[in-house]
Design a binder for this molecule. Structure first.
Ligand SMILES: NC(=O)c1ccc[n+]([C@@H]2O[C@H](COP(=O)([O-])OP(=O)(O)OC[C@H]3O[C@@H](n4cnc5c(N)ncnc54)[C@H](O)[C@@H]3O)[C@@H](O)[C@H]2O)c1
Length: 316
């Protein structure tokens, strides 16, 4: 790539759970955003969701009421891909987690966008190199993994695919910092990157503990929420290992690792629950039963916690 691209105009492809929130962050930081999806209903809903998010944030002291409409006015919606991405200096893809769908989209974006337009994917776990495989200008294709809800969780994992250029990585880092996100570099394009490897190692063990009858689901969650989870915001596992000593960590691992779940396949209990349509919030029963009120309470508690966390970290 020649000249460093001016990343003023951003296109977000896919206006679902993640896409609308990603569009929102760029718009609140002064960028013009084009939000694309396959239906007008989804796009209308996305703008409604953005307005509701901004109202909630303003009422919580994050952002201001008078910035809500100007931010929304910076977002244009369209179903027309060619029109949507033509003026964008960065396109962020946030369509469903389906490799074929993403590969075809990147092939199309690669053909439509000038060579200095950066193309980013918000995939949660998939290889950036594979997603880019049908495109020709692969040095401008990069992973930018936001976390849900993207306007409250600061981290974005920036993943270098096999062909991603250093210039692309630098430009994306600069841009993310300018919108007050916290980018980290994932140096190898491995499934799950860093965050989802860690998260799903924990989930696999949690499900295995329930499956073996060691503790019930509520207890497993309590152990985390009232136990080591309390210190996680200030002490990561590697800092914690340093704090207790690597010699002690080695002794513990020598004893315990053989007892920890290491199956490469999803748990039979998980499969059985899915077969029985015990899908969690979607069907009112998963690892525990969920009434409508309990689900609403859980969602509200999470949002309240994230807002409080955000308010504290803005002060630090
Ligand atoms: N949901 C999460 O918590 C989360 C977190 C981080 C990353 N992700 C990743 O973000 C991506 C999107 O996830 P989501 O949860 O927002 O999904 P979603 O299903 O809520 O939204 C996807 C949207 O993409 C639209 N779409 C599908 N094909 C399209 C196309 N060709 N052009 C334009 N729009 C198209 C759909 O209509 C839908 O509105 C996935 O790769 C997912 O793995 C999700």
């Amino acid at each position: 790539m020649g000249v460093m691209p001016n990343l003023k105009n951003i296109a977000v492809v896919g206006a679902g759970m993640m896409g609308h929130g990603i569009a929102q962050i760029f718009a609140t930081h002064g960028h013009k955003v084009i939000l694309l999806d396959v239906s007008d209903e989804i796009l209308t809903k996305a703008i409604e969701n953005i307005r509701a998010n901004l109202i909630l944030l303003a009422r919580s002291g994050i952002g201001s009421e008078k910035e809500i409409e100007p931010s929304i006015e910076r977002i244009t919606t369209t179903r027309n891909m060619e029109e949507g991405v033509s003026g964008a200096r960065l396109v962020i893809e946030s369509i469903p987690e389906d490799l074929n769908l993403k590969q075809n989209l990147f092939q199309k974006l690669d053909a439509l966008c000038p060579f200095d337009t950066i193309l980013a994917t918000n995939t949660s776990v998939m290889s950036i190199t594979e997603i880019a495989s049908k495109a020709s200008k692969r040095e401008r294709i990069v992973g930018t993994h936001f976390w849900n809800p993207p306007y409250l969780i600061p981290l974005v994992e920036v993943i270098k695919g096999q062909d991603t250029s250093a210039q692309t990585i630098d430009a994306v880092f600069d841009l993310l910092k300018s919108i007050k996100k916290y980018p980290v570099l994932v140096k190898k394009d491995v499934p799950g990157f860093v965050g989802n490897r860690l998260q799903h190692a924990l989930w696999r063990e949690a499900i295995s503990i329930v499956e073996q009858g060691i503790a019930d689901p509520a207890t497993v969650d309590e152990v985390i929420k009232k136990g080591f989870g309390v210190r996680l915001p200030v002490l990561g596992p590697l800092e914690n290992a340093d704090m207790v000593g690597l010699d002690l960590t080695l002794q513990i691992h020598q004893y315990i690792l053989k007892h920890i779940e290491r199956s490469p396949d999803p748990s039979p209990l998980l499969r059985q629950k899915v077969e029985q349509q015990e899908l969690g919030f979607k069907t009112g029963r998963g690892f525990q039963g969920w009434t409508t009120e309990a689900m609403e309470r859980c969602r509200k508690q999470l949002l309240k916690h994230l807002i409080a966390w955000h308010q504290r970290s803005e002060k630090d």
